[in-house]
Design a protein around this ligand. Structure first.
Ligand code: GAL
Length: 426
């Protein structure tokens, strides 16, 4: 009798603890992100193009004039971004990555562009980019050298911020290679943030601070958000399904930590979109686009816009999917469940709408069906008392009216995704 009472009391206590924990988790989940970098920028995730994944550090303009990192490449991409509908759907920032610099600073300690590959210099390139209604991004590094070995900004943060502002740069990707201590890394990222602010020019600040901290200790995301507009957490994206999967796996393993901190002004950056290149199947490209929208990720394409197939272009320019990515509520989505090699992700949107993605991770066999009761979506609210569901990917079609008690059945291709938008019917 005695033992039974003790067991009952401890079970009630345990239940109480579980309930308290659930309330706390729900409360924290619902809290707005921590204070963001106060520069008024990136109120929705940055959209644009970044050269790295596709063009890397190709400096051989003699033999490969069309694919080396040069003024010519950026002038051509700018022209296409403006004329082929990219700018119109939101891709605004044309960004230079590593390998644009000359190997030495000038006599006054300023960074300079490689004079052979960028004969007009960055200021002239920025003017051209601005004349097309676009913005220009540039790359530098918090340490002694960039990852590819060009001059680092350590000891030059103020000069470099001023140089970029003078040139008319609108975004800085600040890498974290060759930094000799974790203290220099953190101090450097903060110093550059303040230096950019002091220039008085609006410059989006894209960091890799947490990526370089993770091996040493867990990053303080509240602090990072106060200094950066977006931040890379995980390894570089490659043009492969394995890479996309590893980024998604890292994100789900860390979602309790990273999802709550994202919001207007500060975003987790899972790295570039590689859609339109060589390594992803059609379904895998759909998965990247859908999940980058759910994750409220910066949409920085790295591909060759001069040669891109119509299917990839249509996917990257899909206005409904971009609207999910750019939703003004600014809450990052998360994985809701994983079962039977399916993942279900969801993201709350403005006007009580939700985005839901079903990913089929099985890499053998054909399309598989997945059924989910709509009560389990959107924290029980998405279809309460009813909702209208539109499938956006792989193709747009209206699925119609669902009541609170209905089930939703979808067919998903291997490594593909079905992306849905749920809206209140009444
Ligand atoms: C890496 C960075 C890449 C790219 C590269 C350039 O560390 O994560 O996105 O910028 O350096 O060298």
């Amino acid at each position: 009798m005695m033992t039974a009472t003790v067991k009952l009391v401890s079970r009630v206590r345990r239940l109480g603890c579980v309930l308290a924990f659930c309330f706390l988790a729900l409360f924290l989940w619902g809290l707005p992100g921590a204070r963001a970098l106060d520069n008024g920028l990136a109120m929705t995730p940055t959209m644009g193009w970044l050269h790295w994944e596709r063009f890397m550090c190709n400096v051989n303009c003699q033999e490969e004039p069309d694919s080396c990192v040069s003024e010519k490449l950026f002038l051509q991409i700018a022209e296409i971004m403006a004329s082929d509908g990219w700018k119109d759907v939101g891709y605004e920032y044309l960004c230079i990555d590593d390998c644009w610099m000359a190997p030495e600073r000038d006599s006054e300690g300023r960074l300079q562009a490689d004079p052979k590959r960028f004969p007009g210099g960055i200021r002239r390139l920025a003017n051209y980019v601005h004349s097309k209604g676009l913005k220009l991004g540039i790359y530098a590094d918090v340490g002694n050298k960039t990852c590819a070995g060009f001059p680092g900004s350590f000891g030059y943060y103020d000069i470099d911020a001023k140089t970029f502002a003078d040139w008319g740069v609108d975004l800085l990707k600040f890498d974290g290679c060759y930094c000799d201590s974790i203290k220099h890394l953190a101090d450097g990222y903060k110093h550059m943030s303040l230096a950019l602010n002091r220039t008085g020019r609006s410059i989006v600040y894209s960091c890799e601070w947490p990526l370089y901290m993770w091996p040493i200790f867990k990053p303080n995301y509240t602090e990072i958000r106060e200094y950066c507009n977006h931040w890379r957490n995980f390894a570089d994206v490659y043009d492969s399904w394995q890479s996309i999967r590893s980024i998604l796996d890292w994100t789900t393993s860390n979602q309790e930590r990273i999802v709550p901190v994202a919001g207007p002004g500060g975003w987790n950056d899972p790295d570039m979109l590689v859609i339109g290149n060589f390594g992803l199947s059609r379904d895998q490209q759909i998965t990247q686009m859908a999940l980058w929208a759910i994750m409220a990720a910066p949409l920085l394409m790295s591909n060759d816009l001069r040669h891109i197939c119509l299917e990839a272009k249509a996917l990257l320019q899909d206005k409904d999917v971009i609207a999910i990515n750019q939703d003004p509520l600014g809450k990052q989505g998360y994985r809701l469940r994983k079962e039977d090699n399916f993942e279900v992700w969801e993201r709350p949107l403005s006007n009580l709408a939700w985005a839901v993605a079903m990913v089929n991770l099985q890499e053998i066999g054909g399309p598989r069906s997945y059924t989910i009761s709509v009560t389990s979506l959107g924290q029980g609210l998405a279809c309460n008392p009813d909702c209208l569901i539109t499938q956006l990917l792989p193709v747009k079609r209206k699925l119609g009216f669902y009541e609170w008690t209905s089930s939703l059945k979808t067919q998903v291709n291997p490594t593909g995704t079905v992306l849905l938008r749920l809206e209140r019917a009444s």
